[in-house]
Design a protein around this ligand. Structure first.
Ligand SMILES: O=C(O)CCC(=O)C(=O)O
Ligand SMILES: [Fe+2]
Length: 213
C-alpha cells in the first residue's frame, strides 16, 4: 500500500469519527436535530490538514521545547502519538502542566470551536516537550472551516445571553493570532465582545510558558 493510500484511508476513517463526535458536541449544546448538526459538521471538516511532527532526542530537554505553548486555531484536532510521551496540557486551579500518557488519542478543542460554542467548549493550551533518550512522533489531524466562512457563536449556545465573541473568518483570525503572538496577548480576548469578562481565555502563551511543569 502506498503512503497516499494509507493517508486517504486514515482521512476517511477520521471523518466518520468527526461526524459522530461533532453531532454529540452539538447535541450537548441543544442544536436541534441531527440534520442541523450534520450541516455544521460538513462546514467543519472542509479544511483538514495533517501534520506529522517529529521531535529529535535532546541531551538537555529542560533547556528547550519541542513545540511551544499554543492553542490550535481551528475547530478541533485529533492527536495521535507514538509510545514516547511529550504532550502536556495546561490546566488551571492550580495552574499546572499535565503530561498525557503515551499512546492516548487526544481530541483538542480549538479557538474557533470555542467561538462557535460561545465559550461553552474551551480551547486548550498545550505544548510538546522533548526526550533525552528517544525521538518522538505525533500525528495531528486539524479540522477547520473554509478560510472565508464566517464563524459566529451558535444561537443555541448563546441561549438567552449575549454572544461572547464577534464573527470572524479563519483567515481573519490568523491575523489576530499573529498580532497576539507578537504582543503576548490572547487572540480570543481580542475577538471577545466584552474583553474584561473572559479572564479564563488565557493570559497569552508567553505567560503560560513561564509556569513550570
Ligand atoms: O506533538 C504533539 O503532541 C503536539 C502537536 C501539536 O500540538 C500540533 O501539531 O498542533
Ligand atoms: Fe497543537
Amino acid at each position: 500500500m502506498m503512503c497516499s493510500d494509507v493517508m486517504e484511508e486514515f482521512h476517511r476513517q477520521m471523518l466518520a469519527v468527526v461526524d459522530k463526535l461533532t453531532v454529540l458536541f452539538l447535541a450537548a449544546l441543544g442544536v436541534a436535530g441531527v440534520e442541523a448538526g450534520r450541516k455544521i459538521v460538513e462546514t467543519m471538516s472542509e479544511t483538514v490538514t495533517m501534520h506529522i511532527n517529529w521531535y529529535p532526542k535532546c541531551p538537555d530537554p529542560k533547556r528547550t521545547l519541542g513545540l511551544a505553548t499554543h492553542t490550535d486555531s481551528g475547530f478541533f484536532t485529533f492527536l495521535m502519538q507514538s509510545h514516547v510521551s511529550g504532550l502536556q496540557l495546561f490546566r488551571r486551579e492550580p495552574d499546572r502542566w499535565v503530561g498525557v500518557p503515551p499512546g492516548a488519542l487526544i481530541v483538542n478543542i480549538g479557538d474557533l470551536f470555542q467561538i462557535l460554542t460561545n465559550g461553552r467548549f474551551r480551547s486548550t493550551y498545550h505544548r510538546a516537550i522533548v526526550n533525552r533518550d528517544s525521538t518522538r512522533v505525533s500525528v495531528a489531524y486539524h479540522l477547520g472551516p473554509p478560510a472565508d466562512a464566517k464563524v459566529a457563536p451558535l444561537r443555541e449556545a448563546v441561549g438567552g445571553g449575549k454572544p461572547a465573541y464577534r464573527t470572524v473568518t479563519w483567515r481573519e483570525y490568523f491575523l489576530v493570532r499573529k498580532e497576539a503572538f507578537t504582543t503576548g496577548g490572547s487572540a480570543l480576548q481580542m475577538v471577545s465582545l466584552s474583553p474584561g469578562d473572559h479572564d479564563d481565555d488565557g493570559d497569552g502563551a508567553d505567560q503560560i510558558s513561564e509556569i513550570s511543569s
